[in-house]
Design a protein around this ligand. Structure first.
Ligand SMILES: [Zn+2]
Length: 98
């Protein structure tokens, strides 16, 4: 089979851009996140401001949400997910109160 006769996937282009890119090492060893995707890092001041803004917006949009926790990897500080706590007594905008 010709070497051209093969599927070209995302990895192909990653490798093309960076010959040292190793298809085996696709995830971080600490939190198993795709190593070449864009992540927010909680220890990066700019990223943290974006995270704060996201939470501010989220709390604004979801009135029953009491708090939002940005969960990050303790080793590399990648933001992994947000967890939220709900509260029955959470603030409800006046126009929604009965
Ligand atoms: Zn990590």
């Amino acid at each position: 089979m010709s070497e051209y006769n093969k599927p070209i996937d995302r990895d192909y282009f990653k490798k093309k851009e960076n010959p040292k890119w190793n298809a085996e090492k696709k995830v971080t060893p600490c939190c198993e996140q795709p190593i070449d995707e864009d992540f927010l890092f909680v220890n990066n001041k700019e990223h943290w401001e974006m995270i704060e803004e996201h939470i501010r917006q989220y709390l604004h949009d979801y009135s029953k949400t009491e708090s939002v926790t940005p969960v990050s990897c303790e080793v590399c500080h990648r933001l992994l997910e947000y967890t939220t706590t709900l509260s029955e007594n959470a603030y409800t905008p006046g126009y929604l109160r009965k």
